[in-house]
Design a protein around this ligand. Structure first.
Ligand code: GTR
Length: 413
């Protein structure tokens, strides 16, 4: 029987009795957490054919094409029309600390329509346009805050049940972000593409239409494309410094944030939290979640072409260090959690290390380490990394480091 690993985690929390049969260290069939079973591997060279920094844009375009053709699929350009409808504005939100905007982004293409709700908080004290953190959320905008003005999402919901207001607020420390002088913007990922395998009959795939091929975009590329549509809007908001937008995401939405950063150079900083397989973690290590496992559990996430690498990671013309390298010369940050073995923290770190030569070639700073740092000792160069204690999640510790890292770079941008 195939059990979604995440479901397994939920079962473990909800039904203590199951702990007997599903111990925390359990791994789904065909996967392991055994460092001695990591195969010997050679990573493809991100600088293949590159002699100097001037060659990087050409090589970057080549690598981007490889990721489109073999992994995430090819995404269409913009929809024919996009408009923004302001549905709520409060200049005294969060006890006067924030300006809150709620908008519906209306996307139209060949008479088909899709709406996505964008929730924005900006510091009320701001003297000018502010830098913003932009990310998708898992359970609807109403779940990121207790703020009663945010409408409860009526979209498809993972697991069927609508999350309670504020249910995931610990992952979105809005007040702390505002206090540091930054804005935060979020959208529900299900607005762009409900996360189940329906043959791409809904969401952005249906909106944009077109014939599907083995290289067509999957759900992760759809969410990433949605992040770019949100940025299209942020560029029109005079209260936002759209040259300073960091895209970030957790887990599958961390994979989406990385792909958004790769496809869209307008994102000034890219942040991956516990993104694991298909995100920051090296596929060739096949530690925790593997290519076969992810393509089996989530057949709609990647292009069909990615399936040919099931159990054959060494045949991939790319690995995830090259996804990290696609952010160069922009700053990129990778965050791991010590108990999140499914996402392979070491593989996430090693991607950052192996992207280093590209940053060095461009005269920028690599991670500055080849051994994993200890818990709570972040590395912050042009590439950044930390591992924190605890489980698969986004915590205040993570956010504080994201703000330290982004702030450090934004001050110099
Ligand atoms: C898991 C999946 C991971 C990760 C995670 C999440 O089930 O295996 O790749 O994306 O879900 O998004 O929470």
């Amino acid at each position: 029987m195939l059990i979604d690993y995440q479901m397994m985690r939920i079962l473990q929390t909800a039904l203590p009795l199951l702990l007997v049969t599903l111990p925390l260290a359990a791994q789904p069939e065909g996967t392991h957490y055994d460092e001695t079973r990591v195969p010997a591997y050679t990573l493809p060279d991100p600088l293949h054919g590159v002699r100097n920094a001037k060659d990087w844009p050409r090589r970057r375009a080549e690598i981007l094409e490889l990721f489109r053709a073999h992994m995430f699929g090819r995404s269409p350009a913009k929809p024919q029309r996009q408009t923004a409808e302001l549905i709520n504005l409060d200049t005294q939100a969060l006890s006067g600390k924030a300006v809150r905007k709620i908008l519906n982004l209306h996307l139209e293409h060949q008479n088909r329509k899709l709406a996505a709700e964008l929730l924005i908080y900006l510091p009320a004290q701001a003297k000018g346009p502010v830098p913003v953190f932009l990310g998708l959320n898992f359970s609807g905008n109403h779940a990121v805050t207790l703020d009663p003005a945010v409408p409860v999402s009526k979209q498809w919901m993972r697991g069927g049940a609508v999350a309670a207001r504020g249910a995931t607020a610990s992952r979105w420390p809005i007040e702390k972000i505002i206090e540091r002088g930054y804005g935060v913007a979020t959208l529900y990922y299900g607005d762009f593409d409900p996360d189940f395998d329906d043959g791409f009959a809904n969401g952005v795939h249906a909106l944009m239409g077109g014939e599907r091929t083995p290289e067509s975009w999957g759900a992760i590329a759809g969410w990433a494309w949605g992040l770019s549509r949100a940025l299209d809007h942020l560029e029109t908001d005079k209260d936002i410094d759209s040259k300073k937008v960091a895209v970030l995401g957790h887990s599958r939405l961390g994979k989406a944030a990385l792909w958004a950063g790769a496809e869209d150079p307008r994102f000034s900083i890219v942040i991956s939290n516990n993104s694991g397989c298909g995100g920051a973690a090296l596929s060739r290590r096949a530690f925790g979640e593997t290519v076969k496992r992810i393509n089996t559990s989530f057949p709609h996430w990647f292009s069909q072409t990615f399936r040919q690498y099931n159990g054959d990671e060494s045949a991939l013309p790319i690995d995830q260090h090259m996804l990290i390298a696609l952010m160069a010369p922009r700053p990129v940050y990778i965050a791991s959690a010590a108990e999140d073995l499914w996402a392979d923290p070491k593989g996430e770190f090693l991607s950052g290390v192996a992207a280093g030569p590209v940053y060095r070639l461009l005269g920028l700073r690599d991670l500055g380490a080849t051994e994993m740092p200890v818990i709570h000792k972040p590395l912050m160069q042009t590439i950044g990394y930390h591992i924190r204690e605890g489980k698969h999640d986004v915590t205040l510790y993570d956010w504080e480091r994201f703000m330290d890292f982004a702030g450090m770079h934004w001050r110099n941008q």
